[in-house]
Design a protein around this ligand. Structure first.
Ligand code: SAM
Length: 390
């Protein structure tokens, strides 16, 4: 029976080949940490629109090791409770915990610029696999990991112990960080956040780095890397695209029900300047979330088969409704926030600047305000104020 060593070496080799893994210390971690230990009791594989449960106990050992070292994200929990040992047949559901694809995990932890002796805080323990890689590199006392789901946290803690790491696995809302072990040199989030909580900035040493995916849509999130300044602010930029499940306390309830009731009272109607279908593209979707935080993009089809698109901001009772009109689209907007005006302005300013890549976006965080900007243009600068106080 394979002890997984060959598969681990092969995984590390593939990650090196793909450019996700470059540093020998991280290669040693990938070659040493048994991913299969972190997948108990099992995983769900997405096949034909459903999730097929595969458990360690119910699988041939060689097959289980093969599954564990696939380069994919392996879903370990659906709908906030269901694990693979609880069902015998493929099921429907939404992933709520997983072992992220090793390529993303290692490229993210390499981007953290971890040095010997660093104290790292991870938000979103999940299976514990990424925490184990960091324990291998830094030592178990230097890694604190926070998981919001108590059962997920307990399984991760057991797996970390089994792999030989008695690290600090904390059950709690990672948006609060973990003040008891602060300050940290590095903070890494493996769930997406709508904005980087100021608690993380407060718990990071000056010169320390925070790496987190910002965004709440399935596409259009950016991997933010900010450095904390002496004055308690943090500054940095978006270093690339990233896709993670949303932090649980921030996941917005999907807009459902009678959409016509939500769009009954429009304050304005006009032709759009750009197609709302642009929101299917990564950078326009990212800009939409920056320009109109809280907005949700919804697609629907009328009984007559016409496609209708919507943007809703449920908190601010605002909407934009798009209907096809010849070659273009008409938009009706209602509520105190003209969501589409704001998004359209951001997209046209971005196009005017030559449609720069997401890595052109800079970010500054204070305790009162988050500012995103591209270049010097005022139209490419967005502020999210958390207070009206100056
Ligand atoms: C993609 S998984 C983490 C992957 C993990 N680092 C690994 O490699 O196995 C995201 C995890 O974040 C957790 N999570 C979601 N919201 C959270 C929050 N507010 N605080 C802490 N953890 C959270 C989820 O329960 C889930 O287990």
């Amino acid at each position: 029976m394979s002890d997984g060593a060959t598969e681990r070496r092969a995984l590390a080799g593939r990650l090196v080949q793909d450019g996700a893994l470059t540093a020998p210390v991280w290669r040693a971690a990938v070659e040493s940490v048994p991913r299969e230990l972190f997948l108990n009791p099992g995983v769900f594989l997405y096949e034909g629109g459903r999730w097929r449960p595969v458990t360690a106990l119910g699988s041939d050992p060689a097959e289980w090791v093969r599954v564990a070292y696939t380069p994919d994200t392996l879903t370990t929990q659906l709908d906030g409770y269901l694990t693979a040992d609880q069902v015998g047949e493929p099921v429907a559901g939404l992933p709520t915990s997983s072992s992220t694809t090793p390529a993303l995990v290692v490229s993210m932890i390499e981007s953290l610029d971890v040095q010997d002796g660093h104290q790292v805080l991870e938000i979103g323990t999940g299976t514990g696999y990424s925490a184990a890689l960091m324990c291998h590199r830094l030592g178990e006392d230097n890694v604190t990991t926070v998981e919001v789901d108590p059962e997920v946290a307990a399984r991760a803690d057991a797996a970390l112990e089994a792999a030989g790491f008695s690290t600090w696995t904390v059950t709690g809302d990672g948006l609060l960080g973990h003040p008891h072990r602060a300050p940290y040199d590095r903070v890494i989030a493996t769930c997406a956040v709508r904005r980087i909580p100021y608690a993380w900035v407060r718990q990071t040493k000056p010169g320390g780095v925070i790496l987190a995916t910002v965004g709440s849509w399935a596409n259009g999130a950016g991997l933010a890397k900010v450095t904390v300044n002496e004055d308690g602010t943090a500054e940095g930029r978006i270093i690339g695209r990233a896709s993670f499940m949303q932090a649980r306390s921030q996941a917005a309830a999907p807009v459902a029900g009678d959409l016509s009731a939500r769009t009954a009272y429009a304050d304005s109607e006009r032709q759009t300047k750009v197609s709302p279908l642009m929101l299917d593209e990564w950078m326009p979707a990212f800009l939409a979330q920056v320009a109109a935080p809280g907005g949700q993009f919804v697609r629907a089809t009328t009984n007559e088969g016409t496609q209708v698109l919507y943007l809703f901001d449920p908190e601010r009772e605002s909407f934009a409704e798009f209907t096809p009109d010849g070659d273009g689209w008409r938009v009706r907007q209602g509520g105190p926030v003209t969501i589409w005006d704001d998004i359209e302005e951001a997209i046209t300013a971005w196009q005017g600047a030559g449609s720069p890549d997401i890595t052109a976006v800079q970010l500054r965080i204070t305790d009162r305000c988050h500012t995103y900007w591209i270049g010097d243009e005022l139209a490419l600068r967005w502020q999210h104020r958390l207070t009206d106080r100056p």
